[in-house]
Design a protein around this ligand. Sequence first.
Ligand code: 5GP
Ligand code: ZN
Length: 138
Amino acid sequence: MNADDCIFCKIIAGQIPCVKIYEDDAILSFLDIGPISDGHTLVVPKQHYEQLHDCPAELLGRVCSRLGKIAEAVKKAVNSEGYNLLCNNGGAAGQLVEHVHFHIIPRNADDGVFNRWPSYKYEEGRIETIAETIRKNL
Ligand code: 5GP
Ligand code: ZN
């Protein structure tokens, strides 16, 4: 997806309205229009990059440097017990808007959000093989 077709670029350009939380020269934060809990907030770089690994480290640093402060404000505002930080990358991972973004999702015990975490155990030796392959790709 290029920037011309991107809904978040249109929001950043002011062509589509949003409920703004925070803005500076590098990032914009606004409430998600389809929340999974009250206060569900998005944080996006103003420049268009599709996925996390496309985003230059310096810009990613700018985005991440604001996440804690915004998340704390969200948590306080909705009086939640906790929150999840989520960044979907790729359609298989649930990314619908192809402009890198972080979700801040307020959470409370037994709220039923993300109540399935399909954890399993590696077979013998597999964890080392996978780690070695990841290191080679760094
Ligand atoms: P993704 O699945 O790509 O990680 O999440 C995209 C998010 O953007 C969804 O949670 C969706 O509700 C939100 N979203 C999509 N279009 C709009 C919009 O026009 N305005 C706002 N505020 N949020 C949007
Ligand atoms: Zn965009």
